[in-house]
Ligand binder design. Structure first.
Ligand code: UGA
Length: 455
């Protein structure tokens, strides 16, 4: 991917502390350095900080390592010391993890303890605390009360909610060329000061109250997830009536009120954000006495996508027990090595339950997958993974899998069956190469019915 690097530079460089060197924290730190600010990025994980100092990133994000290396000797430092990140800062961005608890709520312990630590070491400059962690509506006010409890004679630090809209794989571009920046605050001077940091980016800045800003983030992710589950439900109907969901999505997407993005049918959404945020919003709604039926159904449809594909494969192969199945793509989407809540992991669990012999394959995410599933074999080469397999499932549409050589693939497989969980392959071409092809929401054509008998 060609990473867009903004040439815009601030005329008014500030000192910025970023707490948390995860995906959001590191991208925020590197991009503010790119805009000309002096940034100290802090993480309590000493080993991570040590590696970052050498330019080694804990995950893969296109363009990020280049930005870190570009600014590391000058405007960007890494530290595990709160004092170094906060003491001289004008702004402190909180970007620490908010994992899901067993109940489905967001775990806020890290956010609270980080805010407490920031308040304790804040110097005379009284930095503005900017909340970037995705946490339930009300978190920024909770932080404000933590800051109040920790305040000394200088009074509490001021807070601003600034949700992030970074996608893994395009996070640098999303930061430097955003659709919008959302800032929620009660303190208008603090809000305007944070707004000024984003001015060089030339995008709409929406100023709201704190809770509205927090809600924009959850509602945005929930809507994206809803679009995906919607098209997946339509896909199931398409299959039954003999329509093609790809054409349906194109036809719908041409209506600007609908838009064509996030209408790709498949085995559903994964990752560290969409599933977690829809669950957290549903939990929040229920806590306040609402009945979030739509959100719950969005999650249910998403889980069923994986089961549906495995069921169709079982029917086609006449059972899965003892079969050998290759799963191509483990990361939750192409362009990342992140396997959190990845649809492929659900597929592997379902196949293992049915006693199939699973071969997993991904260009970047093998290490992490092996840690989850020590008993399956992992390959980075799709042809090795598919050797002697009864079927290949495409779970993540990496370019190298999209462009696979069908002749070569067919030659190594035991039975020529493709289950395309992302509608990434051309069904006609696959069938011309002798495959039985299962797509998501596509009409079953006559040649396929014929081949099914041969399998
Ligand atoms: C998502 C949002 O897109 C970002 O705007 C947001 O900032 C981010 O979460 C976050 O909360 O931090 P991300 O998790 O990186 O970003 O992934 P997406 O690009 O949204 O994809 C999520 C999943 O949906 C992937 O598994 C993808 O394969 C799936 N998907 C996407 C579909 O199944 N169909 C589609 O049409 C589009």
């Amino acid at each position: 991917m060609a990473t867009a690097i903004s040439s815009a530079q601030t005329k008014n460089p500030k000192r910025i502390g970023v707490i948390g060197a995860g995906h959001v924290g590191l991208v925020t730190a590197a991009c503010f350095a790119e805009l000309g600010h002096r940034v100290a990025c802090m993480d309590i994980d000493v080993e991570r900080v040590h590696e970052l100092g050498k330019g080694n990133l804990p995950f893969y994000e296109p363009g990020l390592q280049e930005l870190v290396l570009k600014h590391a000797s000058d405007r960007l430092v890494f530290t595990s010391d709160y004092r170094e990140a906060v003491g001289q800062a004008d702004f402190v961005f909180l970007a620490v993890a908010t994992p899901t608890t067993a109940l489905g709520s967001a775990d806020l312990r890290h956010v609270r303890s980080a805010a407490r630590a920031v308040a304790r070491v804040a110097g005379g400059k009284r930095p503005i605390l900017v909340s970037k962690s995705t946490a339930p509506v009300g978190i920024t006010e909770t932080l404000a009360s933590v800051l109040l409890a920790e305040s000394n004679g200088d009074g509490p630090l001021r807070v601003v909610a600034n949700p992030e809209f970074l996608r893994e794989g395009t996070a640098i571009r999303d930061f430097l060329e955003p659709d919008r920046v959302v800032l929620g605050a009660d303190d208008l001077a603090a809000r305007d000061a944070v707004g000024a940091l984003y001015e060089p980016l030339d995008c709409p800045i929406l100023y709201t109250d704190i809770k509205t800003a927090e809600m924009v983030k959850y509602a945005s992710n929930a809507f994206l997830a809803t679009k995906i589950s919607f098209i997946n439900e339509i896909a199931e109907v398409c299959e039954k009536v003999g329509a093609d969901v790809r054409g349906v999505a194109r036809g719908m997407g041409l209506d600007p009120r609908i838009g064509s993005d996030f209408l790709s049918a498949g085995i559903g959404f994964g990752g560290s954000c969409l599933p977690k945020d829809v669950r957290a919003l549903s939990y929040l709604a229920a806590v306040y006495g609402s009945h979030p039926q739509l959100l719950n159904t969005v999650l249910q449809i998403n889980e069923e996508q994986r089961r549906r594909l495995v069921t169709r494969l079982r029917n086609l192969l006449g059972g899965l027990r003892g079969t050998r199945i290759a799963v191509l793509g483990l990361a939750f989407k192409p362009g990342t090595d992140d396997i959190r809540d990845a649809p492929a992991l659900d597929l592997i669990r379902l196949l293992e339950y049915e006693e199939a012999d699973v071969r997993a394959c991904d260009p970047f995410a093998i290490g992490a997958t092996q840690a989850h599933f020590p008993d399956i074999s992992c390959e980075s080469d799709p042809y090795l993974a598919a050797t002697d397999c009864d079927a290949v499932i495409l779970a993540t549409e990496w370019p190298e899998f999209r462009d696979i050589d069908f002749d070569r693939l067919r030659a190594v497989m035991r039975r020529p069956v493709l289950a395309d969980g992302r509608n990434a392959w051309d069904p006609e071409e696959a069938r011309r190469h002798g495959f039985v092809y299962l797509g998501m929401g596509l009409p079953e054509d006559a040649s396929q019915r014929q081949q099914r008998v041969l399998v």
